[in-house]
Each structure stands twice: as C-alpha cells, then as structure tokens.
Design a protein around this ligand. Structure first.
Ligand code: ZN
Length: 474
C-alpha cells in the first residue's frame, strides 16, 4: 500500500474494492448495503433500537425509504443511557467517553467503543494524517486529554503507523511554554484547538520566533474554525491549514480537508451523512444549509441510526472537488444552538463575532457579555439619546429624531492578548464597526478590557459569548 495513500483513497478502496474507481453511485451502493446490515444488527441487538426501529421494514431497497426512518436524538441517548444502545456485552466495550451537558441538570451522554470501533478510528486518523505529514516528521499534538484511547492517544497511535513521530503536548495553557517546546523539538506539524494554536502563533509572532519554526501543516479540530483564525495562523506560520470535523458520537473523526482546501471530505466508508431541515426533518439537497445527521455503517459497540448532531452545515454542491475526488464535502460548519443572541433589532451570532474580533492582531482569545440596557425612565431617556448619538454613527440625525429611543445593546468584551497588550485603536474601531454592522438599527455601546495576566481564557474553560441580565458581574 502506497505511503502517500490518503483518507479519500482509503474510502475508495473500502467502498469500491482494491482496484475500483470511486463513483458516487458506487459509494452509495456500498453504503446502502452497510446500512441494511446496521439496521438488522441494531434491531436484533440493541434494546433501544429494537423498539425504536420496530416499524421499519428492512432491508431497504432505496434511499427514499431511508428518509422515513425515525431520527435518534441526543435526548434519546441521554435518557436511554449507553446500556440501552449497546449491541455487544458491556465487557466488550473498551473505551467509554462521557459527555457532560453544559447545563447542570441534564444527564451526561455516554458513548462506548469496542476494540474494532477503535481500530476504525485509528485507521481514519492514520490515512487522514498522511495528508499533513510523513514518515520521520515530528507532530506536536496539542489536543486536550491524555486518557488511553482518547483523541490524543488515538492520533498518536495512528501517526506511529506510518512512521511519523507524535509528540504529546496537550492543551496550550501557556503560549510561552508551548513556544519553547516548538523551538526545541522543531515539529513539522501541529494539531490542536483553533484558539489555542492561535495563541501560540500570536505569541511567537510577537516575539519574532515564528520565522524560526519549520511548521508546514496544522490540523485544527474540536471547535468550528473562523476564517479570521485560519488566516492568521496560516500567515504567521506560513503553513497549510487542514480543518477537521468530528465528535465523540461520530467516532471522533468525520471529515477532513484535502489538499484543495475547499470543504471537508467525509468519512463515507464508516458514516453516512445527511443534511436535514432542523424543523421538518426533511432531507435537503446539496448546497442547502441544515442540521447534520449521521448513521454509523461499521460501528459494532454502539451504532447510531440517523443521529441528530445539532450542528449546522451544508454539502458543497459541485460534484467534483478540485483535488479530483467525487466524494462529497461538507462546509460552513457551526454549532446550531447556544451561539446566537437575539436583540430587539437583529441578532448576533458567535460566528460573526469571531470573524470580527479574531482579526485583531495580537488577540489570542476573548469573551463577550451582551446586555440589553434596562428599561428607561423618561428622564434618563434623553440622556441615552444623547449618548447613543455619540455611539451610533450609522444612524442619521433625521431618522433618530423620529424614532422612540431604541433599546441599547452593551457588548462588554474581555480580550486575551499577547503579553496583555491593548489592541491598536484603529483596529479596535474596525471591530466596533463590524459589530454595529450586525445590528445596524440598534443603539450600541462597546466596552473593552484586557484580561488580567493569568486569567483562564475561554478556549481552556468556559463560553465565549454570554447574554448577561446586568444583575451581577458577568
Ligand atoms: Zn478534495
């Protein structure tokens, strides 16, 4: 097997046979076969699916029938518990990952993998990482977690298979320390979380160290990736960025960019993806944005059928990628919940804020608390009008006079910057302008402070954007 073989070629080999050429029809034919096996397997072995799929007549002959199979929700997984989903005796589960819900009341989700499942994950990482690096090269792994068969461990095992040298570093809490590690070890590739890798890159640039590295490629994962972050890391290290999409339920890895960097090719040999309308559940055609739903095709421990991820994305509509592959690609990923705040005149998404704020040179991370100004008494209204006149440049004199006082949104930013430096005034004004452009009809106040040295950035713990009722310090 050629050392240059990548994940796209692996999918082709699994779905089309050793010497086959990938066609979308061929891949779909393979998937429908695997899917029917999965349905039978789940209905006979899993307590949950025995009931959940009892009305489903299998084998399915066409994809249209697949669209009628009920979804599996995250709630099903939480309430049913791992045991109800298991298709093997609990003793055959080698690795259990517990996913705590961000709220305090929800039950955690637990996902179990067998040895065979873990082998499938390693194989995906193995061929995926061949796109980024090669035998003999060092890879600095900055993914969080150090448990056996966790993502860091599996990545290391995968890279060892083709002779790359994994260096396990872990989460970057101190960019200066990580920079020393880079200079000592001279890795050719990094893997990690976007904001943490950005923190390292910004630190190295500030101290003139980025020119001394030999980083050729960076794998970014775990978080969605804003263009601002991507562009800054790419420029500072003069490297190629490969975005990766995956979750524990998917078996960590699900999609990876190819050398063309236009969307992420999916792990079609092991997972079948759909994009559905989040409200109606109808399957959407390529190009349309909707919720990501997947079905495992080879999972043995705890297969999932039409599992709703809550993530939003779309398939790229063009049939062939610039790399030459016909395998579909997914793009525009974002989290569907928890990243949008509705104001009286418009909405603010975390993605749009990330694009605006991460463009600041020297910025490594930030949080924002968004507050609506309290209801006004007539006396304070004129005061606010005077203030909003100063704050809102975009509104003309005449329209402002004719409208009642608008609700005011207060954006309180805390910025993490290299060495705690205050951002350039002109650049900050540009950020302010981009925030105002998101809510053009809303009066806006923007506050900014630089985080105290040693404060824990949100990429290590916590949320980036919160809505604050103004009652206590956010
Ligand atoms: Zn491609």
């Amino acid at each position: 097997m050629a050392a240059k073989m990548n994940n796209i070629q692996l999918v082709t080999q699994v779905t089309m046979g050793e010497t086959g050429t990938a066609t979308l029809e061929g891949v779909r034919r393979y998937q429908l076969g695997r899917l029917n096996e999965t349905l039978t397997y789940c209905k006979t072995r899993s307590r949950f699916y025995k009931k959940h799929l009892s009305g489903v007549l299998s084998p399915l002959n066409a994809w249209e029938d697949f669209g009628r199979i009920p979804f599996t929700s995250q709630e099903d997984l939480r309430e049913g518990g791992m045991e109800a989903f298991l298709c093997v005796p609990p003793g055959e589960i080698r690795r259990i990952t517990t996913l705590q819900t961000s709220g305090s009341t929800g039950k955690p989700k637990r996902i179990g993998f067998t040895d065979e499942d873990i082998e499938g994950i390693i194989r995906f990482f193995d061929y995926g990482m061949r796109e980024l690096t090669q035998s003999g090269k060092k890879v600095m792994n900055c993914m969080p977690g150090s448990r056996e068969n966790g993502i860091t461990d599996l990545l290391a095992k995968a890279m060892s298979r083709f002779g790359a040298v994994p260096l396990i570093y872990g989460s970057i809490a101190d960019p200066a320390d990580a920079a020393r590690f880079v200079l000592e070890q001279r890795p050719g590739c990094l893997t990690g979380i976007p904001a943490q890798i950005l923190g390292l890159a910004a630190y190295m640039e500030k101290h003139g160290l980025n020119k001394e590295t030999c980083i050729e490629s960076v794998l970014l994962s775990t978080d969605y990736l804003s263009e601002s972050v991507r562009n800054r890391i790419e420029r500072i290290f003069n490297c190629r960025i490969f975005n990766h999409y995956g979750s524990t339920e998917m078996g960590y890895g699900a999609a990876l960019e190819c050398a063309a960097h236009e969307g992420m090719h999916l792990r079609e040999a092991e997972l079948y993806f759909e994009i559905v309308d989040p409200d109606t559940g109808a399957v959407l055609p390529p190009g349309q944005e909707g919720e990501v739903v997947f079905t495992t095709l080879r999972r043995t421990g705890m297969p999932l059928v039409r599992y709703r991820t809550g993530d939003i994305a779309r398939f790229m509509p063009d049939a062939v990628c610039a790399c030459g592959s016909v395998l579909p690609r997914i793009t525009g990923l974002r989290r569907g919940d928890d990243c949008e705040i509705l104001l009286s005149r418009g909405r603010v998404t975390l993605q749009a804020l990330d694009e605006a704020v991460f463009a600041l040179e020297g910025l490594t991370d930030y949080t924002v608390a968004i507050t609506r100004a309290p209801k006004l008494t007539p006396a304070s209204e004129s005061e606010l009008m005077r203030k909003s006149k100063l704050a809102s440049e975009s509104e003309s004199e005449s329209t402002r006079e004719s409208k009642p006082a608008p609700e005011r949104a207060i954006f309180s930013f805390t910025l993490w910057t290299v060495d705690g430096e205050t951002p350039d005034g002109g650049e900050w004004a540009a950020v302010r302008g981009r925030v105002q452009a998101m809510i053009p009809d809303q009066a806006l106040s923007v506050e900014m402070r630089v985080a105290a040295p040693g404060a824990v950035p949100p990429s290590l713990q916590g949320k980036r954007m919160i809505e604050w009722d103004g009652a206590a310090a956010p």
